[in-house]
Design a protein around this ligand. Structure first.
Ligand SMILES: [Zn+2]
Length: 277
């Protein structure tokens, strides 16, 4: 009975993939950076269920997407070189423990390169207080960070305390950016090349401070794709939500949700994930 059910589920999944395959041509020469927060069964908009996440990673691999490490995008941007067809980059924000418990085995199984941006001051503690509507969620430990790094997961900086950078004094701005760079580099034992603006808030001053700190790429929460002419410190990303079906996921990769996300962001004056980012 179990195997019959399993086979049935696989057939449905395979038919679903067949249907969505035709919907994912993507814009030629562009790449899409997707981002997650938690991978967990909790009923929260920014918690993608482990089962759905596994399905999404299997979809990327099964459908032949070019899954690229984030840092590898820089060469394309420097040379204004088009990205290979269907290029996707996988990222996570903040450094929740479930990224290790739930996401890491799935990433490893499907050999998907990923970058996790750490709110570095909270790593190894009891709480990762970056959400607007949820508290008491554990961050990963530095030992978990190192284990993932040994297995090819890349780590980027996401400040020390997750404060909105646009309102900080010059000293605080430098401390948040360079402090997180140094802490992650020291704990991982490798230079940190990528940065993520908390809540997607950045302006020219923040952008410059990030460049001055020696990062090579910075990502935002502005929706859309990355073109060969995108500024390396203003990369757009696409949010994957808990209630996304595989069909929704495929359409997000295709850019079908970009206009909706942009409209919602303008109306809300913030990130496409209103509860946290
Ligand atoms: Zn964040």
């Amino acid at each position: 009975m179990r195997s019959l059910l399993g086979r049935g589920a696989r057939t449905v999944a395979s038919e679903a993939m067949h249907v969505v395959r035709r919907l994912v041509p993507g814009r030629p020469g562009t790449a899409r950076v997707i981002y997650y927060h938690r991978i967990d069964d909790e009923q929260h908009r920014s918690c993608v269920a482990p089962r759905a996440f596994a399905e999404q990673m299997a979809f990327l691999r099964g459908e032949g997407f070019n899954v690229m490490p984030l840092a590898a995008m820089r060469a394309h941007l420097d040379e204004h070189r088009p990205f290979p067809e269907r290029t996707v980059v996988v990222t996570f924000d903040d450094g929740f423990a479930d990224n290790y418990d739930a996401a890491f085995p799935i990433l490893a199984r499907h050999d998907v390169p990923a970058t996790i941006f750490l709110a570095a001051g909270f790593i190894g503690g009891d709480d990762l207080p970056v959400l607007r509507d949820r508290s008491g969620i554990r961050p990963m430990t530095w030992e978990q960070v190192r284990e993932m790094a040994r297995h090819g997961v890349a780590f980027g900086a996401h400040t020390l305390t997750h404060r909105s950078l646009t309102t900080l004094s010059p000293d605080d701005l430098r401390q948040e950016i360079e402090g997180s760079r140094d802490l992650v580099a020291e704990r991982v034992g490798a230079p940190v090349e990528t940065f993520c603006y908390p809540r997607g808030h950045f302006d020219e001053r923040v952008n410059q401070a990030t460049r001055d700190a020696g990062f090579r790429i910075a990502v935002t929460t502005q929706p859309g794709c990355v073109t060969p002419d995108t500024h390396p410190f203003s990369l757009r990303r696409t949010f994957v939500a808990r209630d996304d079906s595989l069909h929704d996921f495929a359409r997000k990769l295709d850019g079908s949700f970009d206009l909706l996300h942009a409209a919602r962001q303008r109306l809300g004056g913030g990130a496409p994930a209103p509860s946290y980012d």
